[in-house]
Design a binder for this molecule. Structure first.
Ligand code: FAD
Length: 298
């Protein structure tokens, strides 16, 4: 199944993102989340791709297991970091051999210092656009790409950011997933920039990325990694409870529900959740939105 076929739906659908677990306990935690989300029928579940060899192997292993042992549709992330084209072909081939035909194509960041100078592998690629072409050339893959409500930090301005983003879509992308954001208008402005350049977003869905906050430190770290600012009105809601994890998580569910509801009111049909490998907040948001199958209501 191609992800994009599940996204072009009349009713709202959701998807979730995981990262490869770093040890046995983290792996058990991830599989609990996977099993809890499975009956809720997400459109897809994606697994991020790190910079180190062992983390990369874990991404391949987890996506393969999801493809083979669950009813879920896995999406494997892939980056151009430190890979020659020959290696990228191999990784894409190993995804295909475990039944993974949906890939999120990313350029990635320089390992060590994400804001440092991008150095292309001598036999590698420079932009995600080229990776999209490579994957499409290798076979029948459904390919997604990343989008940035505030523009990518390396982009000179929002207009050039949108121009290059549209080129990346036209290279053969089927859909895009946005970086996390906490103001709906930031996402809607991104959508307008893309639509005004002639992209039919009914054909190439743009998924809003929502991160239900679980801890103040956690979201600050994620925001830093994602080069995103958490707006002061969001900080003001969670900060007073910073020492009470359960209270912060509950407010995180409130905030994500409010954002999601506004997006649905704007006609959006897809919601993508950054889960941090846990299911509870995402399930609660979906429940509040009335998007859970009847038998799975919490
Ligand atoms: P690109 O689309 O290649 O863009 C990079 C920069 O180059 C932008 O400024 C763009 O405007 C510019 N540009 C593009 N094309 C051209 C051109 N032809 N000429 C000049 N400039 C150009 N990172 C990981 O390491 N692993 C993951 O699993 C991962 N998953 C992610 C998932 C999502 C949904 C998002 C939003 C990000 C993810 N990232 C991940 C982070 C991502 O790798 C970084 O943000 C990275 O810096 C950019 O990747 P990209 O694919 O967006 O790059």
């Amino acid at each position: 199944t191609a992800v994009v076929d599940r996204l072009r739906s009349d009713r709202p659908v959701f998807s979730v993102e995981f990262f490869p677990p770093k040890d046995a306990e983290a792996e058990r935690q991830l599989w609990r989340a996977i099993r809890e989300l499975e009956p809720l029928d997400p459109a897809f579940v994606s697994v991020t791709y790190g910079a180190g060899g062992s983390s990369r192997d874990r991404t391949i292993r987890v996506t393969g297991r999801i493809a083979q042992e669950t009813t879920l549709l896995p999406v494997a992330h892939l980056t151009a970091v430190n890979h020659s084209v020959a290696e990228l072909r191999n990784v894409i081939g190993s995804y295909a051999s475990v039944g993974v035909r949906n890939i999120l194509a990313l350029r990635g960041d320089p390992p060590g210092d994400p804001n440092g100078e991008w150095v292309k592998h001598p036999q590698g690629l420079t932009y995600a656009e080229e990776l999209v072409r490579l994957i499409r050339d290798l076979g029948d893959f459904c390919v997604g790409v990343a989008a940035y409500p505030f523009g990518h930090p390396r982009s000179a301005d929002l207009d050039t950011d949108a121009e290059f983003f549209v080129r990346k879509l036209r290279a053969g992308s089927h859909y895009a997933v946005s970086q996390m954001f906490f103001r709906v208008d930031d996402f809607l402005r991104l959508r307008d920039r893309i639509a005004s350049r002639g992209v039919d977003l009914d054909q190439v869905p743009l998924l809003p990325g929502l991160m239900p906050i679980r801890s103040v430190k956690g979201v600050q770290k994620m925001a830093e990694m994602a080069n995103t600012e958490i707006p002061p009105e969001v900080i003001a809601r969670v900060e007073p409870y910073a020492g009470d994890l359960e209270a912060v998580r509950a407010i995180g569910v409130d905030i994500a529900t409010e954002l999601a509801q506004r997006l649905l009111d704007e006609g959006l049909k897809n919601l993508h959740f950054y889960t941090m490998n846990r299911s509870n907040s995402t399930v609660q948001v979906l429940d509040r939105l009335g998007l859970l199958p009847a038998r799975a209501r919490v």
